[in-house]
Design a protein around this ligand. Structure first.
Ligand code: GLV
Length: 334
């Protein structure tokens, strides 16, 4: 009889992977765990998610999965939720801690890729690249024109960085090549050595908004940063300024932004994230002075693969009784 029973050490932990992720990560998980995958590459409803994680020890999820009290309390065996993202505002971390569920994220690997994309948005907005592309494709280019698609210079201008964390710093490093004056604001001022290395000046939010030609947002989504940019802030910005958001959608009051862009109170905006993804605020898509992207700031082959393998490492470590390298709720470290 004894031989028929599984020995504890032979049993692989059971995990659910909520969407298709890069293959190297799936291979790692399949080797270490008994893996079930949502092979349809679309987000699951909460009820479906609850059903799929019912008998699982671990969950690897994406930022499209909302992990709240209801999901966490549905499975008392769940030990870890490994998020494939640096931001984890999709997870109720306090509830996870109460349920003794470890939460992990993927910091560090996407800073440069995200900063590159913030710059892609900034340049596209300043030089009206998307409108110009559409115009050219539509056969409207009938000859060089001195007044055709005039935009704003980037070099020598003032860049305002809101949030000088890892990504904000990577954005600042790139600005130096454009000979820009760089202002930043943050809840906590950086060390003087960091300010000096990056060539950045700490100012309050209002000064940053009033003086910057390009305002780029790199704050996490927290109760304090919800609608960090709304009508009042947009009215402080220069009429020639551009707003760049590659952080989280609800950091910007999207309805207020549509209004400001419609009334040309600022020159342009470029957004990678939206308040209610994948929905856009009414009127946003009709505006010419906005550049839109579907939350792809970290979407390079290398970075998305690394994010996924990092999440897999976190998941496997937690299920092997080790401290995951990127534990968010550190109070659960053994
Ligand atoms: C992407 O948005 C991330 O938080 O990693």
């Amino acid at each position: 009889m004894v031989g028929l029973l599984h020995k504890e050490e032979d049993m692989k932990p059971k995990v659910f992977v909520s969407r298709i992720i890069p293959k190297p990560a799936l291979d790692m998980i399949a080797q270490a765990c008994e893996m079930e995958l949502n092979e349809e590459d679309k987000p699951l409803s909460k009820a479906e998610l609850i059903e799929r994680i019912r008998d699982k020890d671990g969950l690897l999820c994406l930022l499209t999965d909302k992990i709240d009290e209801e999901v966490l309390s549905a499975n008392p065996n769940l030990k870890v939720v490994a998020n494939v993202a640096v931001g984890y505002d999709n997870i109720d971390v306090a509830a996870a801690t109460r349920h003794k569920v470890m939460v992990t994220n993927t910091p560090g690997v996407l800073d440069n890729t995200t900063a590159d994309f913030a710059w892609t948005l900034l340049m596209a907005s300043a030089r009206r690249l998307v409108q110009a592309d559409k115009f050219t494709r539509e056969g409207k280019y009938k000859g060089w024109g001195i007044m055709l698609f005039l935009g704003e210079d980037v070099y020598g201008k003032t860049l305002g960085i809101c949030g000088l964390g890892r990504i904000g710093r990577a954005v600042a490093r790139r600005a130096r090549g454009f000979d820009m004056r760089i202002l930043y604001t943050d809840a906590v001022r950086a060390d003087p050595a960091v300010e000096q290395e990056l060539g950045v000046t700490f100012v309050d939010k209002e000064t940053l908004l009033r003086e910057s030609d390009f305002v780029t947002l790199h704050v996490p989504l927290l109760p304090e940063t919800y609608h960090y940019i709304s009508t009042k802030e947009l009215n402080m910005m220069k009429r020639t300024a551009h707003l760049i958001n590659a952080s989280r959608g609800p950091v910007v009051d999207e309805k207020a932004l549509v209004q400001a862009l419609r009334e040309k109170r600022i020159a342009g905006a470029a957004l990678d994230v939206f308040e209610e993804e994948p929905k856009l605020a009414p009127g946003l898509a009709e505006l010419e002075n906005v550049t839109l992207a579907p939350h792809i700031a970290s979407a390079s082959v290398e970075t998305r693969t690394r994010m996924a393998t990092m999440a897999a490492e976190n998941l496997i470590a937690a299920l092997s009784g080790k401290r995951p390298p990127n534990l968010v709720n550190t109070e659960l470290a053994s």
